[in-house]
Design a protein. Structure first.
Lengths: 364, 349, 320
């Protein structure tokens, strides 16, 4: 049986005044029922655009979309707007980062929920109301009957996100896309919402895609993880594999940049040098090469593809040979700096054949 | 002890009044933003203030450096009572007490060049009157924070978020302050950039001997940056300890809940710890709950918590906490991911 | 809310007092015809003029005159009598109000309908040919002075002088109570002329508001719910974008009810605007005072209505 959602070679670009922004550039992934996929990346990595494109929410006159998004065997990229509307909010639902700005400020929460019910079900106001109340109760909003009549600004941040979740789930979607669902929330409320999403997923058997910049959130809630950089997936693996044995230098960089409660307090942070590249003129070859401490001259010319690493379901797009990557990670995991690890690389592969200056030539 | 205290606040209260009236406005209530905070900032340390939205951490810090006037309480800086100073003395103090803001996009004037933004404090305080002298100082500052000093004449929009935050840091450093309040300095930045700014602040602190009051909602970041941490809830400090003590032996249940809620990028810890999820939301700071303000959400609360306000006092383990029923080490260990031997797993060859 | 309304009504009284005092002062500071001479008509006899001056109380100190005037308004709702023709100012204004109300409300309906429709279509089809044409037209409408537009429309369409004589011309106003059909046809041209600039401004404002609203997060949420584009535009986006329009419409209507001077003059409609125009020309203080106070009254009251309406339109707004 094919997976519930299958994305193949998805490309999304936007025409802007400055040029064509290739926001998503050849992304393939799949999610199945009862699974949670985490898509991690920084701003501009294309993680949100990927989620929005599944819903058809990036369509527009200045957008070009190619590739394929199949939901339950049905092609969505070529579906008409009307067909897509029957899927949105029905089979696939979405929640967003800021629940305050994502709810209409002038309508009561109840009205917005019943509207979602009636968009897809031919039911009366009363029945829609009952369904909305049922969902409000399910997501843990106290006194749902009263709260139906309240406006979004009368809710607290956490309650608003619960209301958003209730609204997303009124039509029993089979896939829930959560775009940074906890980024705008306080840490204790974030814990509540993550727990709620996890619980509901188990209970309703949904597939969930959670888009986030926070590796911690992914470690908590996801089964599988895709790491995105500059519009592409650079590493994809089950959670245990990704955190236990990451294979891509960017993933190492991310893990090294965040202070962790589980690490010794004085452990130095190792930031990734530079900053995310322009998507109008992406770097040649491997898109991470201008920031990669382990870059080799040919990496500026050859575009790496996502390939199996040998570990189960673990794919990575990196031009370094697998044994070298393993050795590098072993060094880093033992506390070496990228410079020290780089020495190992040079030992294994010999010094770079071309000069360093040439390597950097691709970047201004 | 008092010798190395740079700045100290006692019983600091800051209320924002809510008024009502037809012709004459009278006060009907107040937002209790800061409600009786006593804290000392030691010379050369980084003191962290953590807590959730509305806990008063930003207001506390801003009142400390006299950007806001306290409703009551005292502020002592280097032994001098600065609670009510005005005019020239206040202007002098502004030189020594600086602040870095969260949003690197809105806190820089888009119509000024980076050079003049950084030079502004020098001009305002009439320092380095010579033009070339001032320019040299600005470029020195740009070098110091890792900006290319040739970009002196560029405008803020030509810089990325991380670089703009560096500009903010350079501006704060221009007057060689003794104390810097860093108000959520990395919250608006991408993960890989966050680390650059955090490392910069740490380096500057050790190079320049700065004292930093570091405000953040991210507990991992605070732990990494701070020597001592004060946990705030609804306008009050509920626990105060040095970082290691606080994170290993938290005593206040609220601290425990905060630590437990932090998502950790560590699969072993994420799947083995028993998460303590607080129910409900933070109560309104207009009508805070009586006695212990945390009792409405606390799983250890007893009737006494609703009646008697717990004092901030030393608890076993070294931290100072305001709680009648402090957490035990066992309770903490169950809920909080600790420094694990687990770490990253060795690759299976 | 009640407190708020009471406070605002107190301010209305204060404001009207200030307005009347100000017109009074301006009138006596600026050189104008001697009211007594005005009333005396063709007579130049100083005796007669003096007698009239005595009768009108013009010999009394200015402050006392003002006091008497205020007392008349407060105690008897009496605005005095015109210097020009001795008619009661209050009755004169009230008798002319229906014409002004007919003109203003009719124009309001037209400009709201046209402005909102064009605004929505232009926002949804942004940068299309239709949008560009509409926005070009609005610029012309805003730039064209009302009296010019009025005269051109008369030359083009009015019976008698028009090239295509399809509408009654200037001075053909008939009250609604007399002949509804004639009332309607006589007002078509004035309505169109008066509403042109307003419709254009409203279309531009609504277009800008709609474009901004359509990029809001909650519109994305509405799309994610699977609502039809029609529901999204008319139900969600318009609901937010129209709020400032409602405010503006209230204020503009308040101004017009005080007299659409230019339109009424061009089309010779016997409304309050026409009345105040004549009164100003002749230096007829009581009538000027009366029309100014009426105008100010409409403006401040509609202002209050708009502010109260705002609280209902935007549930986040609460007055205390």
């Amino acid at each position: 049986m094919s997976p519930l959602l299958e994305i193949e070679d998805l490309r999304v670009s936007f025409r802007t005044e400055d040029g064509v922004v290739g926001a998503v550039d050849g992304v393939s992934l799949s999610v199945d029922r009862d699974r949670t996929l985490g898509i991690v990346g920084e701003s501009g990595s294309g993680k949100s655009v990927t989620g929005l494109t599944v819903m058809g929410l990036t369509r527009g006159r200045s957008t070009t979309i190619s590739g394929s998004v199949r939901f339950d065997g049905r092609e969505l990229t070529t579906a008409s707007d009307a067909e897509l509307r029957t899927v949105r909010g029905n089979d696939i639902a979405m929640i967003f980062q800021d629940p305050l700005s994502s709810l209409h400020p002038f309508y009561t929460v109840g009205r917005q929920l019943t509207e979602a019910v009636r968009a897809h079900r031919d039911v009366g106001q009363g029945e829609a109301h009952d369904r909305a109340v049922e969902l409000m109760r399910l997501v843990g909003i106290p006194e749902p009957e009263q709260r139906m009549r309240a406006y979004p600004h009368e809710f607290s941040g956490g309650m608003r996100q619960r209301a958003m979740i209730a609204m997303a789930l009124v039509n029993d979607p089979r896939l829930l896309i959560a775009d940074e669902p906890t980024t705008a929330l306080d840490v204790t409320v974030q814990a509540q919402i993550l727990e709620l999403i996890g619980e509901l997923q188990k209970r309703l058997g949904m597939a969930v895609i959670i888009v986030t910049h926070d590796l911690g959130v992914v470690a908590e809630i996801a089964d599988d993880v895709a790491v995105m950089y500059a519009g592409r997936i650079v590493e994809q693996a089950p959670k245990e594999g990704l955190f236990g044995a990451p294979r891509h230098p960017y993933t190492w960089g991310l893990l090294g940049s965040i202070p962790r409660l589980t690490a010794p307090r004085d452990e130095a942070l190792v930031p990734i040098a530079g900053r995310p590249p322009s998507l109008i003129h992406p770097p040649s070859g491997c898109r991470f090469h201008p920031r990669c401490p382990y870059v080799r001259p040919h990496h500026t010319r050859i575009d790496p593809q996502l390939e199996p690493t040998g570990d189960p379901d673990h794919d990575v797009a990196c031009l370094l040979p697998d044994p070298v990557r393993r050795a590098l990670w072993a060094k880093l995991a033992a506390g070496a700096t990228p410079q020290e690890a780089r020495a190992t690389e040079d030992e294994m592969m010999g010094p770079p054949t071309e000069t360093e200056t040439e390597t950097q030539a691709g970047r201004p | 002890m008092s010798a190395d205290v740079l700045l100290e606040v006692r019983d600091l209260i800051k209320h924002f009044p809510i008024t009502r009236g037809i012709v004459f406005q009278r006060q009907v209530a107040a937002v209790h933003a800061v409600d009786g905070v006593s804290l000392a900032v030691h010379r050369g340390e980084t003191l962290g203030l953590v807590g959730e939205t509305g806990c008063g951490k930003s207001t506390t810090a801003r009142t400390m450096v006299r950007l806001l006037d306290p409703t009551s309480g005292t502020i002592h800086y280097e032994g001098e009572d600065i609670t009510h100073v005005k005019g020239r003395r206040l202007k002098q103090l502004r030189r020594e007490l600086q602040i870095i803001f969260q949003d690197p996009y809105s806190s820089l004037n888009p119509r000024k060049t980076v050079g003049s933004i950084i030079a502004d404090p020098l001009v305002i305080h009439g320092m380095l009157s010579g033009k070339s002298e001032r320019k040299r100082r600005v470029q020195e500052l740009m070098d110091l924070v890792g900006l290319n000093s040739e970009h002196y004449n560029r405008y803020p929009h030509e810089f990325s978020g991380g670089q703009r935050q560096r500009i903010g840091v350079a501006r704060a450093l221009a007057l060689e302050p003794k104390l810097i309040v860093a108000d959520e300095p990395v919250s608006a930045l991408d993960v890989s950039i966050q680390a650059q700014i955090l490392n910069l602040l740490r380096r500057l602190q050790s190079e320049l001997g700065l004292t930093i009051v570091f405000i953040a909602h991210d507990l991992s970041v605070v732990r990494h940056m701070c020597d001592r941490v004060a946990v705030m809830y609804l306008g009050q400090v509920v626990e105060l300890a040095d970082s290691d003590t606080l994170y290993q032996h938290p005593r206040h249940p609220y601290t425990g809940a905060l630590l437990s809620a932090v998502p950790v990028a560590d699969v072993v810890a994420a799947t083995t710890k028993q998460r303590q999820v607080l129910s409900g939301d933070v109560p309104s700071p207009v009508h805070p709950p009586p006695a212990c303000r945390f009792h409405t959400r606390c799983w250890k609360a007893q009737p006494v918590c609703r009646e008697t306000t717990p004092e901030l006092e030393p608890k076993p383990g070294g931290s100072i906490a305001a709680c009648h029923f402090p957490l035990t080490d066992e309770e903490a260990a169950e809920r909080i991911p600790t420094v694990s031997a687990a770490g990253p797993v060795e690759p299976s060859a | 809310m009640t407190r708020y309304v009471i406070r605002r009504l107190l301010w209305v009284v204060v404001l009207l007092f200030l307005v009347s005092a100000l017109t009074f002062v301006i009138f006596f500071v600026l050189p104008s015809t001697d009211p007594a001479a005005l009333r005396a008509g063709k007579t130049r006899d100083p005796e007669v003029i003096n007698a009239i001056r005595e009768q009108l109380g013009l010999n009394k100190p200015k402050i006392e005159q003002f006091w008497i005037y205020l007392k008349g308004i407060v105690l008897h709702f009496d605005f005095g009598h015109s210097y020009l023709n001795n008619l009661n100012v209050r009755d004169e204004i009230l008798s002319r109000l229906p014409a002004t109300i007919s003109l203003s409300l009719g124009a309001l309906v037209i400009w709201l309908f046209v402005g909102i429709s064009v605004g929505i279509i232009s926002a949804v089809r942004r940068r299309s040919l239709m949008d560009r044409a509409a926005m070009g037209t609005t610029l012309v409408m805003i730039s064209a002075p009302v009296y010019w537009l009025g005269l051109v429309s008369l030359l083009l369409f009015s019976q008698g002088i028009g090239v295509i004589p399809i509408f009654p011309g200037s001075g053909s106003y008939t009250p609604l109570s007399e002949d509804p059909w004639k009332w309607f046809t006589s007002l078509i041209l004035p309505w169109l002329v008066l509403s042109a600039a307003f419709a254009a401004i409203y279309a531009r404002i609504l277009r800008a508001n709609m474009i901004e609203t359509l990029s809001e997060d909650y519109i994305r949420t509405a799309r994610a719910k699977g609502l039809s584009e029609r529901r999204i535009v008319l139900g969600h986006a318009l609901r937010s974008a129209i709020t400032p329009i409602v405010t503006l419409a209230g204020l503009d209507l308040g101004v017009l009810l005080g007299g659409a001077i230019l339109t009424e003059t061009v089309f010779n409609i016997p409304g309050v605007g026409r009345l105040s125009y004549d009164a100003i020309i002749h230096g007829d203080l009581p009538t000027v005072q009366g029309t100014v106070l009426f105008g100010a009254f409409f403006i401040v009251i509609l202002n209050l209505v708009v502010d109260i309406a705002y609280a209902y339109l935007d549930p986040r707004v609460r007055y205390t």
